[in-house]
Design a protein around this ligand. Structure first.
Ligand SMILES: Cc1cc2nc3c(=O)[nH]c(=O)nc-3n(C[C@H](O)[C@H](O)[C@H](O)COP(=O)(O)OP(=O)(O)OC[C@H]3O[C@@H](n4cnc5c(N)ncnc54)[C@H](O)[C@@H]3O)c2cc1C
Length: 295
């Protein structure tokens, strides 16, 4: 066996108590779709597992005073099927819908996807594009960390699942109009590593002539999901037209630092993909504004 003891936590305080009791020897497990493989392959070790997948009060998607709040144990299937997310933050519903296969989406959670910290993790790219914040709880209390501060490198997050737990993710959806979209290129539609993921969210004024805020995230083109800040500045400061979208896409490509990869293609090819996919994803997001105007 890859562990000695397995506990089923009934609620968050019980899970944190168990972690504290085993002083770094116990580790949280949610859907297990990453962790079980890593334990089996010896990449991670844990004497004790604390299963949090049955804590129903940590599975929710709700709107609360202009913010969307998502429990960390919400599964990819629940995110993909959520009418609230499809309406307010389609980038996240679309990202979750592209994870793995139905079996993986049924049990894999958004919290596990973030803590596992792969630079191309689908919901990581979407939550970065939504400028989301994570709420983390531990015996020491509660802290809020922007998603941009959670990733430390390939497979490394700044959360220690032997001592602390992500409780929820949140992001603003008001005031103004928020549109968003997700773009993904992979070798085939299911069960394939993304060659490139792009998430964008754009907040505009009522007339949709200028952007008040723009977030563009591309991955994997660096050890962590990359916010293309130069592209974001162009989108905010220039008039909203096709030329601006193209300039932003060029800027995103300039900020990308991919390596040559046997699986994903040459660095040169991947930089060109960043340009093409950023432009397409921005256009897709803005199309929902045109749809609104025509309605
Ligand atoms: C066949 C297959 C295909 C896949 N395809 C994709 C894909 O297309 N896109 C993609 O992004 N991913 C993919 N994955 C990866 C995986 O399914 C996701 O990363 C998933 O979201 C992980 O969630 P989990 O609940 O299973 O995490 P687990 O495996 O249970 O845990 C992962 C890590 O997070 C920690 N953890 C879990 N929950 C919490 C919490 N609330 N607080 C603190 N720490 C926590 C655990 O200790 C562990 O270190 C795939 C995996 C497989 C096996």
């Amino acid at each position: 066996m890859y562990w000695e003891k397995y506990y089923l936590a009934r609620n968050a305080p019980e899970a944190l108590d168990l972690l504290a009791q085993f002083e770094g020897q116990a580790r949280l497990i949610a859907g297990g779709t990453d962790l079980v493989i890593q334990l089996r392959e010896g990449q991670k070790r844990a004497r004790v597992l604390v299963d949090i997948s049955g804590i129903e009060e940590m599975q929710y998607i709700k709107e609360d005073n202009g913010k969307i709040r998502i429990g960390a144990l919400t599964t990819h299937r629940q995110l993909a099927a959520s009418p609230l997310l499809r309406k307010t933050a389609p980038v996240l519903a679309q990202a979750a819908a592209s994870v793995g296969s139905p079996q993986i989406r049924n049990v894999g959670t958004v919290g596990g996807n973030i803590v596992n910290a792969q630079p191309a993790a689908d919901t990581a790219v979407a939550l970065m594009a939504l400028d989301a914040t994570a709420t983390i709880i531990s015996a020491a209390g509660e802290r809020e960390v922007p998603l941009t501060g959670l990733f430390a490198g390939v497979g490394k997050s700044n959360i220690d699942p032997t001592r602390e737990m992500i409780k929820e993710f949140s992001f603003d959806v008001a005031p103004g109009r928020l549109v968003s979209a997700f773009g993904r290129i992979a070798r085939r539609n299911a069960l394939a590593l993304p060659v490139l993921n792009v998430g964008v969210s754009l907040a505009c004024d009522r007339q949709a002539q200028n952007l008040q805020k723009a977030c563009v995230c591309v991955a994997p083109v660096a050890p962590v999901p990359l916010r293309a800040t130069e592209a974001e500045q162009i989108l905010i400061n220039e008039p909203l037209n096709d030329r601006t979208l193209r300039a932003a896409a060029e800027a995103a490509a300039r900020s990308a630092r991919p390596r040559d990869s046997r699986l994903r293609g040459s660095a040169e090819y991947r930089i060109e993909l960043v340009r093409v996919m950023t432009y397409r994803t921005l256009r897709n997001a803005l199309q929902s504004l045109e749809g609104d105007a025509g309605a």
